[in-house]
Design a protein around this ligand. Sequence first.
Ligand SMILES: *Cc1c(COP(=O)(O)O)cnc(C)c1O
Length: 367
Amino acid sequence: MIRLTIPDIDDEDLLGVREVLLGGMLVQGPQVKSFEDDVAEYVGAGHAVAVSNCTTALHLSLMALGVRSGDTVAVSAYSWPATANVVELVGATPRFVDIDPKTYNLDPAALERVLSEPIAAIIAVHAFGNPADMSQILRQASSVNVPVIEDAACSLGSTLEGRHTGTWGTIGCFSFHPRKAVTTGEGGVIVTDDGTIADACRALRNHGQDPNAEKADFVVAGFNSRMTDMQGALGRSQMKKIERHVHERRERAALYDALLQDSEIQVPVAMEVARHNYQSYVILLPQHAAPRRSEVISGLRDRGIETTIGTYNIAATSFFATKYGYSRSELPVTDEVAARALTLPLHEQLLPQEQERVVGSLFEILA
Ligand SMILES: *Cc1c(COP(=O)(O)O)cnc(C)c1O
């Protein structure tokens, strides 16, 4: 089977985790602290706060910004539902924004229309690791004085103009789930240059305990969203591989681009100034093949190739469609991309001849 993805776990990862287990300090210890320092240094952020996963990272970020019941948050419509669920979890309402058909990221014109209403925050997603146009989004956000949270769940290692995704907005959130570039099993990290926001997140992840008070003091009704020190150790050894991973994924993406050129398949498009980490390599099937996408996926599976859809039009999922209503004309581009997207296998062990087989089989099934 040509797998969609394979997490890269090596002996150094195992040794790091083993040491923590034998050492006995299992939760939120020195390894988590060092992992936070590693992430902050790698992306160039003032503060990094490790939490149990990226969904929690997004949730705590909204709380730290004071987003609450009655507020509206602009959200990129094409994403994993977590991006919008966290808005509901703080009692606010998501306002879904349509995407660009080439990058699958927030469409600035659609964002502009939403910003004519009162908005408490913007959540911009770097879909599949492809950097969104942060210069443009920040210009629009600052003209109405609205903070931007980057859902950088997939985009660790992706940059724009040499600057890391996650460090453009007020807050950036990374995921370390096994489907992402590097992994701690479950895991998330919040990055920000704002020390007050970082401290608010540190309190919220740890039962509301003031991170700076000498004597234990509880200043907010917080969660337990801490990371274990085993995960911290795993994160530290995983971070050493991130640049190699991005390099190897970009090489394989370039080969897919070449194999698919001159076909009726649309390859993923990154901005000129972007370095896309290709957390996922997501193509668009030709329009006429969209209704047959599940047959394409099962046909590829029969040929020993694992593929999947892209991600979701969140507004059209049952929960949001039932709560707010949804008609297909609201987010036409998101609808079309959600119907046509297909994720091809991409990982560091994938061989060129396997990529040729993936593309050859895809052409065969589409013909
Ligand atoms: C994976 C993902 C998340 C959630 O991350 P977890 O660490 O699994 O909670 C959120 N947003 C996007 C865009 C994702 O791809």
